[in-house]
Design a binder for this molecule. Structure first.
Ligand code: HEC
Ligand code: HEC
Length: 281
């Protein structure tokens, strides 16, 4: 008659299993134990849950989560309507790197972003955060995406060389600027516009991989996300801004051609900024 009676131990065991499942889901999402080994700058595995990791998580929740979200997915409470959106660290894709396109940034790259902030975006500069907190939050970010675990991490640095000596010399660099202009019209104008002002046929239709509008930068200003120095521009051309439509030109243009482009862009900038030099940051 009917089903056999449920054993008396059943509710206890079932409740236990439910607790364990929910508990482990919370812990894994928190990144504490789910992926418990993460390489540090020296390539040594570092056990998540260490003092460094816990400090990093604290710094992140305190200073970053409001934009980047409690789980690092870019959906913090202040992110609503923000353009560009705060980075989703779970995708493990970064714009500002010294590494080739498709690679993760180095700790130094992340430190530069944090210390300087990102111009033309809501990402603030954390200039006065103590160095140990910066180190900890960098280690924490590296637990938020499985991409950091698969070994393609930071060691693929590109040799970005040094600023050429002719760059600061207006006369000596004239030929380089002219060569840069020719390259610009072919390779860059389709997105950045012939005048470099960011206005082109595609300006309004470009999107990043996160599905947000990604208009080409007005290159006539010093207000650049990656930084205002010539080497910052050269790095952008060499690495591309992963996740955005801005490609890497490390393969298609030689280092000489890329420096010629930098010379040309600095020229655009000067002619634009002379009338209101006082506004230059
Ligand atoms: C007020 C909002 C806000 C806060 C607070 C904030 N960020 Fe950001 N962050 C952003 C936005 C917006 C971007 C995306 C900028 C872009 O894509 O151009 C960003 C991008 C980044 C990037 C991506 C850089 C790359 O190479 O793609 C890193 C790393 C980063 N933030 C780290 C942090 C850390 C660490 C903290 C806390 C110490 C923090 N951010 C706090 C808004 C914020
Ligand atoms: C397919 C379109 C496309 C092409 C081609 C392109 N860019 Fe870009 N570029 C972009 C977009 C979009 C951004 C803005 C990315 C962002 O803000 O996240 C950008 C940003 C930049 C930046 C600013 C980075 C910063 O720090 O803010 C520089 C400098 C730049 N491009 C130079 C060039 C040069 C020089 C060329 C030609 C060799 C070129 N781009 C070709 C789309 C393009």
């Amino acid at each position: 008659m009917g089903n056999p009676p449920t054993p008396r131990w059943f509710p206890v065991v079932a409740a236990f299993l439910v607790c364990v499942t929910i508990g482990s889901m919370l812990v894994v999402r928190d990144g504490v134990t789910g992926r418990s080994r993460t390489p540090d700058a020296s390539g040594q595995p570092r056990v998540a849950g260490s003092a460094l990791h816990l400090r990093g998580r604290y710094v992140f929740q305190r200073h970053c989560a409001v934009c980047h979200g409690r789980w690092g997915d870019g959906r913090g409470e202040m992110s609503v309507g923000m353009r560009p959106r705060p980075r989703d660290f779970t995708t493990g894709v970064f714009k500002f790197r010294s590494t080739p396109s498709g690679f993760l940034p180095t700790d130094e790259d992340l430190r530069r972003t944090l210390r300087r902030g990102i111009a033309n975006s809501s990402m603030p500069a954390f200039g006065s955060l103590p160095e140990n907190e910066v180190e900890a939050v960098i280690a924490y970010i590296k637990t938020l995406s499985p991409r950091w675990m698969d070994g393609t991490a930071s060691d693929a640095t590109q040799d970005l060389g040094m600023e050429p000596s002719w760059l600061g010399d207006p006369v000596g660099s004239a030929g380089h600027r002219a060569a840069g202009e020719v390259t610009f019209v072919t390779y860059c104008a389709p997105c950045h516009g012939v005048a470099g002002d960011g206005v082109s046929a595609v300006s309004f239709s470009l999107e990043d991989i996160w599905g947000q509008p990604s208009p080409p930068t007005d290159l006539r200003t010093t207000s650049l996300k990656s930084g205002p120095e010539p080497i910052d521009v050269f790095r952008t051309l060499s690495t591309g801004l992963d996740g955005s439509p801005m490609p890497s030109f490390a393969e298609s243009l030689s280092a000489v051609q890329r420096w010629d482009l930098v010379a040309y862009l600095l020229g655009l900038r000067r002619s634009n900024e002379t009338p209101c030099a006082s506004e230059t940051r």
